[in-house]
Design a protein around this ligand. Structure first.
Ligand code: ATP
Ligand code: SAM
Ligand code: MG
Length: 398
């Protein structure tokens, strides 16, 4: 009941898959998975023309599995079938070719996705039409072999540009390979594969890679390595090279992210620092003692950098680059502009930042003598020394 019968979109998927398999090495046996097999038409036709390969299929609709099973039996072909929402039941299995003729129609205003019948779940992809496809993409990298290929069918009605953008965020590469226009929509076949970087990261067992943030010069991704969160920062090789050198040099200080695993050109792999940045911390926190403790840690780290004759730069406005965790550890991030020099400026620059924060700190009951700060900054230029916040406090912090 409610099984999707082959339509033009099914034929488009079949043709794209045939074209791809015709070009692959004829001797090599591939593992081919179709998500959402429906009647079984696409997979069974492929099995007829390419009998060497191994075929796997799943659907949320158990009647679709029944129909696919019967079709394979009738054609005397072999297939492994599972009832599964997307990849859920495929656990750690990986495939050479993954196919999905996605449900792509946007829901009508009053419809609720959870309440759709199986018949409608074959057609509707969510509010925008692309939600099921976006969930599919998120899970795709861990089920696609390094050199694997994915072909999906979607439509101009399902905002395909959002699908392409999401794929990019997951380090996947997309190409629209075939379209079939009709008078009210255009059906598209999108070819998806891992980018070269994702191939390499997958090989190193780095999983769950997803876009995290963006700086002026770089894109930052988050992933997992041995169950721990890591950051993958992509950018210009020259900048990243500088950052790698300083992160290595500063590893012993424990106030910088740790370099992780193998390093690649164009990317830095480092530990993920959990916490809030100093701007959020100063905004959200009202505990004078805690604020004072954190500012003292910042001053101590600045002094360590000064002693090593490293200028980190950008310390006059380090709002994004100082991270504080829930155990009050303070980590400095982003060393791509750091350099060695005889007269390092970290403490002085941080003191400037403190002066600019003085009004905000006063509201929290931390009253700073800004003249004294400026004096200290000058003296520090002559003779670097360890400075504590207490030196400038006009009131006692209790
Ligand atoms: N190791 C890390 N742990 C947690 N978050 C990180 C880490 N590295 C980078 N980030 C996040 O990514 C953002 C951008 O990273 P980063 O500042 O290094 O990039 P950038 O291109 O050098 O930025 P900017 O334009 O500030 O120079 C940071 O503000 C931070 O939110
Ligand atoms: C458009 S039909 C395509 C059927 C068949 N592949 C074809 O091309 O004729 C979409 C199929 O995907 C299935 N489906 C929808 N959402 C799914 C999900 N989250 N996980 C697995 N299958 C799903 C539907 O039950 C339906 O059989
Ligand atoms: Mg930077």
């Amino acid at each position: 009941m409610g099984v999707y019968e082959a339509e033009d979109d099914s034929k488009l998927l079949l043709n794209c898959a045939k074209e791809y398999l015709t070009k692959t090495n004829k001797e090599e046996q591939l593992d081919i998975l179709e998500i959402g097999v429906g009647s079984g038409f696409v997979l069974s036709e492929l099995a007829k023309e390419f009998p060497l390969h191994k075929y796997f299929g799943s659907d949320i609709n158990k009647d679709a599995l029944q129909s696919t099973k019967q079709l394979f039996q009738k054609n005397k072909q072999k297939v492994t079938l599972k009832q599964s929402n997307l990849f859920e039941k495929w656990k750690k299995n990986k495939f050479d070719l993954i196919l999905f003729n996605t449900p792509y129609l946007p829901l009508e205003d009053e419809e609720n996705f959870e309440e759709l019948s199986m018949e409608d779940k074959a057609l509707y992809g969510g509010k925008e039409g692309n939600e099921v496809t976006l969930d599919f993409l998120k899970a795709l990298p861990s089920h696609l072999k390094e050199k694997g290929k994915t072909l999906i069918i979607t439509s101009s009605l399902a905002k395909p540009e959002r699908i392409e953008q999401r794929a990019k965020e997951l380090l996947l590469e997309t190409k629209i390979i075939k379209t079939s226009p009709s008078f009210f929509e255009e059906i598209l076949c999108i070819d998806i594969k891992k980018t070269y970087l994702l191939e390499k990261l997958s090989k190193e067992k780095i999983t769950e890679i997803d876009y995290f943030s963006k700086g002026k010069k770089s894109q930052v991704y988050k992933g997992k390595f041995h169950k721990k969160d890591i950051i993958i920062k992509l950018g210009k090789e020259d900048d990243l090279q500088v950052e790698k050198i300083f992160l290595k040099k500063l590893e012993h200080t424990k106030f910088t992210p740790k370099l992780i695993g193998k390093q690649y050109s164009g990317a830095i792999l480092m530990s993920y620092v959990k916490g809030e940045n100093i701007e959020q911390f100063l905004k959200n926190n009202t505990n004078k003692k805690e604020i004072s403790q954190i500012l003292n840690s910042c001053l101590a780290h600045c002094y360590t950098l000064d002693s090593l004759k490293i200028t980190k730069k950008e310390m006059t406005n380090p709002y994004k680059h100082i991270i504080i965790d829930d155990k009050a550890n303070v980590t400095f991030i982003d060393f791509e502009r750091a350099l060695y020099n005889d007269n390092p400026k970290n403490t002085r620059q941080f003191l400037q930042y403190l002066c600019r924060q003085s009004k905000n700190l006063q509201k929290k009951g931390i009253v700073l003598d800004t003249d004294k700060i400026r004096e200290q900054a000058k003296a520090h230029k002559e003779k670097p020394q360890k400075i504590r916040l207490q030196t400038f406090l006009e009131n006692k912090i209790t």
